[in-house]
Design a protein around this ligand. Structure first.
Ligand code: MG
Length: 250
């Protein structure tokens, strides 16, 4: 069931989204060689809690941290760890959300640790731009297939693999609400978008093949070919005047 939000509810949700975006920025600024993923998680959690919010991911389905931090060939759901020390050349995907006033935000970005390869830069830039290609189609009256196919086409045209097993999602009082928001699809197909829908769009894009596997820790998702992966996400609202990117900082 898709839960539509009133304008008042969207205004309330904006605070959770702003804190989520600020926490992601602070976490991203902490990415540098020698820092552990545990330390980055701690910084994100402290920031969220300093704003009177709670980290949405902490204990969600048993996840043991406030942020998912995934390095290089890790796609999503990497578990922060004192022993995972970032090195120059790594690409670091951070995914986190903050909950306040009963609403949650959700956002992700991939950060370069020190100097990264030209290939890594191109993957990061393409994945981020594909998110905006998808958002540009998230207008009242269009369909989720328009959003997904825009992301898919943009990435596949550049030779990348679009992860199929994980998708974006509706979001509001719960982190994951209906509908699923795939990063692939057919124009004109799928759920029709109407004002009041709030969704997280989150392309997970692989340098090589699209296929992924889950590690024995039960969480970390990696590319099967060992090549890089990047991840960008915004929480947005469909409004009568176009997509409102709720996790975008001014
Ligand atoms: Mg999400």
């Amino acid at each position: 069931m898709i839960v539509l939000k009133s304008e008042k509810e969207i205004r309330q949700m904006l605070e959770a989204c702003r804190i989520s975006a600020e926490a992601l920025k602070v976490a991203g600024e902490a990415v540098e060689p020698g820092v552990s993923t545990w330390e980055i998680d701690r910084i994100a959690r402290k920031y969220i809690e300093s704003k009177g919010a709670t980290p949405t991911f902490l204990n969600y389905n048993g996840f043991p941290a406030s942020a998912c931090i995934s390095i290089n060939d890790e796609v999503i759901h990497g578990i922060p760890d004192k022993k995972r020390i970032l090195r120059a050349g790594d690409i670091v995907s951070i995914d986190l959300g903050a909950c306040i006033n009963g609403y949650t935000g959700d956002n992700a970005a991939t950060f370069a640790c020190g100097d990264v390869s030209a290939e890594a830069k191109r993957l990061i830039e393409t994945t981020e731009q594909s998110l905006y290609e998808g958002i540009s189609k998230a207008v009242s009256g269009s369909r989720l297939g328009d959003v997904g196919s825009a992301i898919q086409r943009y990435c596949e045209d550049r030779g990348y693999g679009v992860v199929r097993e994980y998708t974006g999602h509706g979001i509001g009082t719960a982190l994951h609400e209906d509908p699923a928001v795939p990063n692939y699809g057919t124009p004109g197909r799928g759920v029709r978008l109407v004002p009041g829908m709030t969704i997280a769009i989150e392309p997970m894009i692989n340098e090589g093949k699209a296929s992924v596997k889950t590690l024995s820790d039960g969480w970390t998702v990696k590319t099967t070919d060992g090549k890089l992966s990047a991840h960008f996400e915004h929480t947005i609202a469909i409004t009568s005047s176009g997509p409102l990117i709720m996790t975008k900082l001014k």
